[in-house]
Every structure is written in structure tokens, then in C-alpha cells.
Design a protein around this ligand. Structure first.
Ligand code: ATP
Length: 482
């Protein structure tokens, strides 16, 4: 796994920067929502796409028992508090997805039980754990409002901030709810106390805050690990999670979620969250149907760059993410493309937090449409306008016990899962420049039993037609009619 996802500088920042009350962040008018559910400005699709012809209804997908978005129940049936239902209504969430419908009764029953939950990328795992967290809070006194009662850990600052955004909107009608963000501070930031009801953060910073007594774990009732397989499997992050858990009350409810749980991590997850209820996927259910997977042959590394530039006009049709192996190649590709007059942004683990925040925020709101990044953004990031993912380098695993040329299956699935969110269609193109990459992609295809189609770069008109056609249907399906 890439070391990019680990935190560079555990620390803590100013209170004002880190703690938000929902009422402060509430827009003056009712939040505008994308037709699919998520509010605009919080990843929702506010796409005004006039030129499509096909419409796939979200309600049709949610009525199909074989679809991961299927449910028979409504949110009302799940016994949620009125104020939380009101929050969901502003997000235009009409019906739960399969994982939400299955997980919520298990999560919310008493006495609380641990849960290990798996569901495909983009199927609404965040809401599943956030709704349980919000349901379990006691906000009856100012003292409780400022006592951390739930702790949510995520592998990167971007994901932690995104989860904070979801809680802000979903919990906006819960008076007294205060949310704290515990992510590495910029080097000049001050330290502050986490006087809030929910803390979302990265493991190193959280562990550090507990140690420095800036975060009092005494009242914690729920611990959530998002992207749990990655957190538990990755050196550094795993240790930080274990140490953070050891500092929490013994009876805390432990909730682990991910789209992927490779067998060895799954066994370990069972130890981290003992006697847990389990929601798992069959191996053949892992891939998301709406993502069209393609690959392009490139003669050499330089031709990868040339192909990317050729693709550029298509990339800007929606938003797109280009995944590369190293920070230095992200920076180099950005430099060359910008020098040639293209507008692209890059985000890697090598830059200060505030700069990373500025880049991801620009990407979310559409100011930057092409984002070059490493595995640091492979997981969890939810930007519904992403219609194209490029694997500039096929993801490879670099574990000591793995021979070179071992594909990183999980990362492939998470990377391509940045598109095709909640029933949308997206395109994922992998560049293949040598025998090794070709072999890895072949293994990925075999592993997931999926079809990764070749597109011929000798005829760019045809390439354009294939991708545009799919992106066009992507856009068609981005505006769900409920
Ligand atoms: N019940 C719902 N109705 C409508 N939209 C929903 C619903 N639940 C979630 N969504 C939307 O679906 C998108 C994907 O949700 P989320 O980010 O939680 O997926 P995920 O399962 O955590 O994916 P990943 O594995 O990539 O982290 C979000 O934009 C979210 O707002």
C-alpha cells in the first residue's frame, strides 16, 4: 500500500479551524440539492446537462432486487429520529440503499453490537454509519454536546473532511450537535481542544490528541473505521488505530466499513471488532456495473503522456481523476500539461494540508475539472460529477512479501469506484505501456471476472466516439428522475 495515505505530521490545529457547528455552516436558504440526493456543494450532482436522451431512474434501480441500491423499506421504517429524517429529506435521499437498509437495524439495536460491513463503492456506506452515530448522540446538556460521543476515523484528511460535510448536512436539525475535525494541521497551526459531540479524523492526529488530553474519550460510545481494510492493513495506520482504540472505553461500539475486505484483513477485522454482525459481498458482486472498463496500449511511458494530452478534450467533458504511481510523476505531468496551456490540478500527500484542502475544494465545486493524484485519493472520495477515471499507471502492490508485478486489486477497484457513484455510469481507462502492466491488468480482469476492453489509439476519432458515447450516457444517467 502506498505510504501516501499515512499522515505526515500528526499535530493539532486551532479550535476555530477545526470545530464546526451545523447551524454555523447552514446555508441561509434551504440547501439546494442535486436531483440524485446529495446537496450541491456536498458532492451532489447539480449537473445541468441539457443534451441527453436516455434517462435511467434511480427509483428503477432501487426497485431491482439485484441492484446494490435496492431496498424494500423507507428511512421512516428504520426508526430514525424526526430531525434526522428532516436532514435526509434536504439531501433528497428518498429510499435507503441495500447496505443502509441492512446495516441500520443491526447498528441501532440495543445493546449495541459491533458491525463489519461491506458494500460496493458508491452505495452509501457513509450514510449508514453517520445515521447510527447521529441516532446514538445524547445532546441534552451543554456538557454532553461538548463531550465526544462518537469517533470516526478515515485514512486521509480529504475523506475525513468529506464525512464532516455529510454529518453537517444530515445532522443540521439536531440542536447542540458540534462536529470536530482532527486532521494534521499545517506546521504553523495552534493546538486546540475537541469540545464537540462527534470527532472525525485521521488516526495519527486522533491518537496524538487523546495523548495530549485535547480529546477526552471518556464518553465515547461509537468508533467507526471507514475504509477499514486499508486502515487495519497499512503499516502505521493500523498501529495508530489499535493504539487509539486502546485509549477508548471498553464497551464502545466498533463499526468497520469498506468496499473491500481481503481475506487476511477480514480475519483481523473480526479481532478488532469482536462478535460483530457481518454484512459481506460475494466475490463476484464486487465490481460496480455502471463502470465501463477500458484500456489503451501505449508504446512507452512517453506515449502515456501523449495519450493523456490527446484525451484531454474528453476529460474536461465531466470531471476526471488521473491516478499515477508517484508524487513526482503527478507533479511532472501537471507541470508539462500546464506548460502546454491545459488546466489541471494535482493533489498528493507531499503538500501542506491547507493547499490540499484548496485543491480538493476546487475539484468538488468544478473549478478544477482534471485532477492528477496518487493512491491518496483512491478511496472514499465522492464527487458525483466524475465521469472518467484514468489509471495512468496500473496499480501495483509493493509489499515486501509480494513479488514485483503483483497487481493491487483493491486499489484498482477503489480507484475506478471514484466514478459510477450511486447508480451512475462512468468510464475507467487504464494505460498499459509494457508487458508487466499488461500482465497485471490481465490478472485484475481475471480476479474480478470483469471485462476490460481494449481501445485502439490508432484511430482517435474512434476513441473519441467510444468514450463520448459512454460519457454521454453517463451524463444522461447523472440526472435521476425519482
Ligand atoms: N439513500 C440514498 N439516496 C440517494 N443518494 C444517496 C443515498 N445514500 C447515499 N447517497 C449518495 O451516494 C453517493 C455515494 O455515497 P458514499 O460516498 O457514502 O458511498 P460509499 O459506499 O461510502 O463509497 P466508497 O466505497 O467509494 O467510499 C453520495 O453522493 C451520497 O450522497
Amino acid at each position: 500500500m502506498s505510504s501516501e495515505a499515512t499522515e505526515a505530521t500528526p499535530g493539532s490545529g486551532s479550535l476555530a479551524d477545526r470545530i464546526t457547528k451545523p447551524e454555523e455552516s447552514k446555508p441561509t436558504d434551504a440547501p439546494s440539492t442535486g436531483e440524485d440526493g446529495a446537496p450541491a456543494g456536498h458532492n451532489g450532482s447539480e449537473l445541468a446537462e441539457p443534451d441527453y436522451t436516455v434517462e435511467v431512474k434511480l427509483s428503477d434501480l432501487q426497485a431491482d432486487p439485484n441492484n446494490p441500491l435496492f431496498s424494500v423499506k423507507s428511512f421512516e421504517d428504520l426508526g430514525l429520529d424526526e430531525r434526522i429524517l428532516k436532514g435526509l429529506a434536504t439531501m433528497n435521499f428518498r429510499k435507503p440503499s441495500k447496505v443502509q437498509e441492512r446495516a441500520l437495524p443491526l447498528l441501532m439495536s440495543n445493546p449495541p453490537k459491533n458491525l463489519v460491513g461491506q458494500s460496493q463503492s458508491g452505495t452509501g456506506k457513509t450514510a449508514a454509519f453517520v445515521l447510527n452515530v447521529l441516532s446514538r448522540l445524547d445532546l441534552s446538556t451543554p456538557e454532553m454536546q461538548s463531550s465526544p460521543q462518537a469517533l470516526i476515523l478515515a485514512p486521509t484528511r480529504e475523506l475525513a473532511r468529506q464525512i464532516v460535510g455529510v454529518i453537517q448536512i444530515m445532522g443540521q436539525f439536531l440542536d447542540g450537535l458540534v462536529i470536530g475535525t482532527a486532521v494534521p494541521a499545517d506546521s504553523n497551526a495552534r493546538t486546540g481542544k475537541m469540545d464537540c459531540s462527534v470527532v472525525v479524523g485521521t488516526p495519527g492526529t486522533v491518537q496524538d490528541m487523546i495523548k495530549r488530553r485535547n480529546l477526552n474519550p471518556a464518553q465515547l460510545k461509537v468508533l467507526v473505521l471507514d475504509e477499514a481494510d486499508n486502515m487495519l492493513d497499512q503499516q502505521g495506520l493500523g498501529d495508530q488505530c489499535i493504539r487509539a482504540k486502546a485509549m477508548l472505553p471498553r464497551n464502545v461500539q466498533i463499526v468497520l466499513f469498506s468496499a473491500t475486505f481481503p481475506a487476511h484483513v477480514y480475519r483481523y477485522a473480526g479481532k478488532f471488532a469482536p462478535n460483530a454482525n457481518e454484512i459481506t459481498l460475494q466475490h463476484e458482486e464486487l465490481t460496480v456495473e455502471g463502470i465501463k472498463q477500458l484500456y489503451m496500449d501505449c508504446d512507452n511511458e512517453e506515449q502515456k503522456y501523449q495519450n493523456l494530452v490527446q484525451l484531454y478534450g474528453l476529460l474536461t467533458v465531466g470531471s476526471s481523476i488521473i491516478f499515477v504511481r508517484t508524487r513526482s510523476s503527478a507533479i511532472e505531468i501537471e507541470r508539462r500539461m500546464v506548460a502546454e496551456g491545459h488546466t489541471v490540478a494535482s493533489l498528493t500527500g507531499g503538500v501542506e494540508g491547507s493547499q490540499r484542502d484548496a485543491v480538493i475544494d476546487a475539484f468538488r465545486n468544478g473549478d478544477a475539472k482534471v485532477l492528477i493524484t496518487t493512491n491518496v485519493l483512491a478511496r472514499g472520495i465522492d464527487v458525483s460529477t466524475v465521469s472518467l477515471v484514468v489509471n495512468y499507471d496500473v496499480p501495483e502492490e509493493y509489499a515486501q512479501n509480494k513479488p514485483s508485478g503483483t497487481p493491487d486489486y483493491q486499489t484498482y477497484l477503489h480507484r475506478i469506484g471514484r466514478t459510477g457513484r450511486f447508480g451512475r455510469i462512468g468510464v475507467a481507462i487504464s494505460f498499459v505501456a509494457n508487458r508487466g502492466e499488461w500482465e497485471m491488468l490481465r490478472k485484475i480482469q481475471e480476479h474480478f471476472g470483469c471485462n476490460i476492453e481494449r481501445i485502439d489509439t490508432n484511430d482517435w476519432d474512434e476513441v473519441e466516439e467510444i468514450i463520448k458515447k459512454t460519457i454521454k450516457s453517463t451524463r444522461a444517467q447523472s440526472t435521476f428522475k425519482n
